[in-house]
Design a protein around this ligand. Sequence first.
Ligand code: NAD
Length: 500
Amino acid sequence: MNNNSSIHSLPEQPRIFEMFIDGQWTRGSATKSVTRYSPSHNLPVSVYPSGSAEDVDSAVTAARRAFEQGTWARGTGESRSVVLLKTAELIRKHSEELALCETFETGKPIAQSRGEVLAAAGIWEYAAGQARALHGDAFNNLGEDMLGLVTREPVGVVGLITPWNFPFFILAERLPFILASGCTVVVKPSELTSGTTLILAGLLQQAGLPAGVVNVLTGPGSVVGQRICEHADIDMVSFTGSTEVGRLTLAAAGGNMKKIGLELGGKNPQVVFADADLDAAADAIVFGICFNAGQCCVSGSRLLVHRSVEQSLTAKILKLLEQVKIGDPLDESTQVGSITEQRQMERILGYVDQGRREGAELLTGGHRIDSAQGMYVQPAVFAQVTAQMTIAREEIFGPVLTITAFDDFDQAMSIANDTPFGLAASIWSRDLNTSLRAMRQIKAGRVWVNTTIAGGPELPSGGFKQSGIGRETGRYGVEEYTEVKSVHLQLGDRPRWIQA
Ligand code: NAD
């Protein structure tokens, strides 16, 4: 347990937030508030209005008006990119405030929060470029009399619903791309971690974003999120969260046949072949399972390892885990902070019990660390895990690694793909043929070879199977929020159907 004293202090009073609707700070129709306690210090850090369906209606009206009015939607890509770049600059300027708010609300280490905020600024800059690069297509091969055009138009009003694990970073992987396309937005962050999204709304206003283009609502997902998904005047919903709630949003979006983007859960394999660099793999596996206390959709939680190297790789992992610094997230040297929510911690510990009951061998961890405050869980490693066990099948969303041995390539691929999820996978081998064959066979939206959880906004992210629909970031991340229109232009006289 990392108990060094911190240079950062906790707020004396919780920060009181309002919602942001049509360029105004407001409590809307909220009669109640939600108080967020720091999961690491058990102190109130933020208070938000508990929004209602009525507030969703006001925000959608504002977003619709802003969209139809056209300053944003029909303006130039250049004008949109200027606002996105200015926002990135303001994020950098306010990075310490944003990072502290993120750490207070999520329990993640301050160094990690800072890294995420600065990386988010980089994504806003990248998306600014995409606002100018977005284009359609032309067909000049349709004969003398015909020219074909394909144009892209913003899809309209987008409802954006985000989770609590990477509140600011996940927002950056979606919001600037939605704005780059020309859409207007109603955002609903997680009720646990709405602070940085609301701070961003203020920065967007300072950057010159017209009123109504971005609206931020706070409150329970079952009320505010549900209403966004059902709303007949929202054209698209972009949802990031659990597969379970994703399924509800898909059903709710059916009313007006909304376009939908879903980024959901994962149960991601780390496949280690016998010829892999085991030291490099062990370090990445430990990082992959501990990063964000395992509350990471692309966490490599299922280790599949060739039987011949299982013992040596396991020993390396256990040794490295002893060195991971777990503790107060306000300490600059902490690597793993608190679990974000009591319910989530109980869920993780419940899975550890389930793993034991099903006959897996717990090699280390899996218990709550004794501390005066904070919900810290010692990362768990289970050996002798079969592909049928619950801990190998369900997304735990905590620092729990399962180890399953395989005997040959085909068996490795079959276990890797034996899951309803398809979000991410990591492959470890020094042999190019083995890595590329595995990359081709694994059904996942993101594959890492000899690394894990790496990369920037250039490449798209998203899931196969029940891990999602659609893609975020990269060129695809802007195109996702557009409708495609095909145009046939007749040049000269159209051949007559009825001869004169
Ligand atoms: P969650 O599904 O509980 O909540 C996500 C969001 O949905 C929150 O804002 C919540 O308020 C809202 N919500 C709840 N009920 C709703 C409803 N009925 N209608 C509409 N919205 C509703 O997820 P979480 O616990 O915040 O986040 C953890 C999950 O998110 C994990 O499963 C993780 O894998 C997933 N995730 C996926 C990605 C990805 O890119 N694929 C990224 C991060 C997290």
